[in-house]
Design a protein around this ligand. Sequence first.
Ligand code: NCD
Ligand code: ZN
Length: 342
Amino acid sequence: MMLTLTRPDDFHLHLRDGQALARTVGDALGQCARALVMPNLVPAVDTLEAVSAYRQRILAHVPKGADFTPLMSLYLSQTLSPETLLHAKAQGVLAVKWYPKGATTNSAQGVAHLEALEPILSVMQEVGLILLIHGEVTEAQVDIFARESCFIEEVLIPLRAKFPRLKMVLEHITTAHAVEYVRSQERNLAATITAHHLLFNRNQLLVGGIKPHFYCLPILKKEEDRLALVQAAVSGDRRFFLGTDSAPHARSAKESACGCAGCYTGYATMAFYAQVFERAQALDKLNDFAAKFGAEYYELPYNHGELVLEKRVWQLPETLPFGDTVLVPFLAGEQWHWQVVA
Ligand code: NCD
Ligand code: ZN
């Protein structure tokens, strides 16, 4: 069986930097035509100069004639000036990413007190820059499995009341609660959904031994949450679209007493989503989710080329070269039933 899609967009991708780019950009070329690149480098990508230099470093890994465009984002921080935001769009910046301070990998430069940033959000609202949200609270007393729900109730709802015209994306949603909330909002809110949250629940991470390669943030949730995510993804609702949150870490950083959050799905992104949509008997909905709804929300033209997947068994690699080290890709060594062939 073959499946032909318009070349997809990945609206949430971590490409990292330096030597890692050979891996991440090389893999992205085979999966999507555009990717919205996350700015959580160290130091964070929080100036237009940094954005443009980072874009050049990425493009250095895109062969001539390859159909791949990195879409850039800025890291929301106290140092972002209104001046920067006014010029951001003209420099090809699509969005500004908000990491609550301490919420996830490389969020130490994130925002502790959003109130201080309200003038920045006002400018974003006026110039039409999209706010990307890592939607988890960080208070120590809040249970890790409740952090997304708590964020929606305590942070997002009040924020949207203050900035009703600010277009937002709630990134990598993981709960039935988030699905319901996004559905309840008529405009200016959409959500990305990762392949790993569509495929697995928290048992995968914790039953039969702790499995660091399934540890990501937001953390995998319950089966009923996973089912709600699948329903949202296959429903044809334009507010839900593809964002992999593919986030590579070296093997040693994952297989550790204090392992990093992040799953490297980027080498086989579309094979993972195809299996989810096939199991839900909704392969005909994958093209809209992967190549249309996100483009519409970001007001970009659709991509032109095609991506062809075939249903055939292949073995996912055990490890992949990652700079001068290796990484263990998501589902390493497993048999899989879909593969990109062209
Ligand atoms: C991401 C990373 O490693 O950069 N990790 C993750 O678990 N998703 C950061 C993020 O998007 O939260
Ligand atoms: Zn991410």
